[in-house]
Design a protein around this ligand. Structure first.
Ligand SMILES: N[C@@H](CCC[C@H](N)C(=O)O)C(=O)O
Length: 281
């Protein structure tokens, strides 16, 4: 089967073109593809399927030709993936499956319709507007934190580190402890620290993330949107632009009255053939 490998600020994906939804994509196959030793390796899989050919995309088929079928590397699937959407759009454009649109290129996702545009070298996607929830607890080793739950189509918990503690000091080799009663479907946990002022923005935040279904990643687009929403709330602003630095680079989130745009690099690095039977354990 043909595949393309791509990433957005180091959040990497195996892209599978499957326009007619003919591929029997299972959790096991996704996990095997994402295996960094026995497979291609990735934080997740993006299946490129016509909205009309996917049961979860068909309702949006009148508005978007393509459905982003996103899966985490452990074989679970998620409602939304911000970097995935940006890489998905890069793939559509470079493979000629779509052309840039002034009105924004529509893509169907499990969290609804998103629109994308090319901004110079970057791809920007209009995400679901982050919805702030209640305070919630997280623990990492001996560190107990209270963060803010945020929904960006998928669930997040944004935790600011206490002053004096460096992001680099965190051990994110295991999932932070959270209350499963508060997050019954699991949660992506972001840890943040303030960054130096960045020209042209209203704030700058440094972030690391432990993703539901993928462990620590170099970047999380929906996580960056969640972090930006908390930064704006803390600054008592309804709108603004926040630079979010992740281990894989910089994302820029712009929140206005009713929209949230996520922008940053989205790169395709390789195309090849994968022998699916060889992957199956
Ligand atoms: N890396 C993604 C988020 C992927 C989904 C997440 N792991 C979940 O299960 O909700 C992004 O860029 O947003």
């Amino acid at each position: 089967m043909e595949f393309t490998k791509g990433h957005g600020t180091g959040n990497d994906f195996v892209i599978l073109p499957d326009p007619d939804g003919a591929l029997d994509l299972t959790p096991r196959l996704v996990a095997a593809l994402c295996d960094r030793r026995r497979g291609i390796g990735g934080d997740g899989v993006l299946r490129v399927v016509r909205a009309a050919k996917h049961p979860e995309g068909v309702a949006l088929a009148g508005e978007a030709e393509w459905f982003m079928d996103y899966w985490n590397s452990d074989g679970s699937y998620a409602e939304m993936c911000g970097n995935g959407a940006r890489v998905f759009v890069r793939y559509l454009l470079e493979s000629g499956l779509a052309v840039p649109s002034g009105a924004g290129l529509p893509v169907a996702t499990r969290a609804g319709l998103v629109r994308a545009r090319v901004e110079g070298e970057d791809i920007a996607v209009e995400m679901p507007r982050p919805r702030l929830g209640d305070p919630a607890a997280a623990a990492l080793g001996g560190l107990a934190l209270t963060g803010t739950a945020v929904y960006v189509g998928n669930p997040h918990l944004v935790c600011a580190l206490p002053a004096g503690l460096e992001l680099a000091a965190l051990d994110l080799t295991r999932m932070p402890d959270v209350d499963p009663a508060v997050f019954p479907a699991g949660v992506n946990v972001e840890f943040t620290a303030p960054g130096e002022p960045v020209a042209g923005t209203d704030g700058h935040v440094l972030m690391r993330v432990y993703e539901r279904g993928s462990a620590e990643t170099l970047s999380c687009g929906t996580g960056a949107c969640a972090v930006a929403a908390v930064a704006l709330r803390d600054a008592e602003r309804d709108a603004g632009t926040i630079a979010v630095d992740v281990p894989g680079g910089r994302l820029t989130v712009t929140v206005t009255g009713d929209s949230c745009w996520l922008a940053g690099p989205a790169v395709l690095i390789a195309t090849g053939e994968v022998a699916l039977p060889a992957l199956r354990p």
